[in-house]
Design a binder for this molecule. Structure first.
Ligand SMILES: [Zn+2]
Length: 314
């Protein structure tokens, strides 16, 4: 011990200049690299020391990004930094994989809760949604669409973020028109990324249950919107037939729902309603249902929900 006999604050503090590359995020539940965060992000993501769990802040020195403890004089922190820096690549992989797995499970469990908190323009619609789900999931038509969308999402593979962004653009446009803005902590871009991540999860066998729940919300929302449009005799030519189909399924399961489903899958759209020829009604419905699904996912407050988890976990 070279520092023996000297006061603590005079001990050599070589390690502090380098700080640590990894911090632990209480919000994300995983290790995060200093390079990917901005200064202000440390509070939002609640970055703490993976060793002692004290809050860290971000510094950049000689173009090197790192996290540092607030009180640098404590020799304790040098030990922390040594320990964290000595994490091997496989330590970090294991910790990250575990955290990701936990986060995934959490998201899947919370999908129902999140969707329940999904805002409505009309508060009474919550009751419609709750009762509709029980009825919907018994219908062969809804199960058919859930399977179809699950298969379809899997085929989109690397295209899901672009697809989400495309739908998001028209969703945001619609929200602006009616001055609607759900309370979410993330920026639009992060919401889009999170929604695309959710869709990727939905496409896995593990995510199928969550997809069914989200699709239920999407279905009810879409049927309310198209029903409303059809009632007002809106100029959108397809809202009437689509609304009739969705209502038939919601009132099923019965023969008229089956007939309506057959019609949707086999009847081409009239000229003028779709730029391409021989496009069946099911194509436009798939597109609308997907957009409604993206819309529901864009409304969810992912960060708020993670914060809630961080609060209950400590
Ligand atoms: Zn520490």
């Amino acid at each position: 011990m070279s520092g023996l006999g000297k006061p603590l604050h005079m001990l050599p503090t070589v390690t502090k200049a380098f700080g640590v590359k990894h911090g632990y995020s209480n919000i994300l539940g995983e290790l995060v690299l200093a390079d990917v965060l901005d200064y202000g992000d440390c509070e939002d993501f609640q970055i703490v020391c993976p060793n002692c769990r004290e809050p860290l802040f971000k510094r950049i020195r000689s173009e090197t990004h790192y996290f540092a403890h607030y009180q640098e004089s404590k020799s304790l922190h040098s030990e922390c930094e040594l320990r964290v820096r000595n994490f091997t690549a496989s330590d970090i992989d294991a910790k990250t994989a575990f955290a990701r797995d936990q986060r995934l499970r959490y998201f899947l469990e919370q999908t129902t809760v999140l969707l329940r908190e999904c805002p409505f323009r009309n508060p009474e619609d919550v009751i419609v949604r709750e009762t509709a789900f029980r009825r919907l999931r018994r219908t062969p038509e809804f199960r058919w669409w859930a399977q179809t969308i699950s298969d379809w999402l899997r085929r989109q593979d690397g295209n899901l973020l672009a697809l989400t962004r495309e739908h998001a653009a028209s969703v945001y446009e619609r929200w602006e028109r009616v001055s609607f803005a759900p309370k979410t902590t993330f920026s639009r871009e992060q919401q889009e990324r999170a929604a695309a991540d959710m869709l990727m999860t939905f496409a896995t066998p593990l995510g199928r249950q969550a997809l069914d729940k989200a699709l239920n919300t999407a279905w009810v929302d879409l049927s309310l919107v198209t029903g409303d449009m059809a009632q007002r005799g809106a100029s959108v030519g397809f809202s009437g037939p689509i609304s009739d189909y969705m209502r038939a399924v919601l009132n099923g399961p019965d023969a008229s729902a089956a007939a309506s489903h057959h019609w949707l899958l086999t009847s081409p759209m009239p000229k003028g309603l779709h730029p391409q020829q021989n496009v069946t009604w099911s194509a436009i419905f798939l597109n609308q249902l997907t957009e409604s699904l993206v819309e529901a996912l864009l409304m969810l407050d992912y960060m708020g929900s993670l914060r809630k988890r961080a609060r209950t976990a400590h």
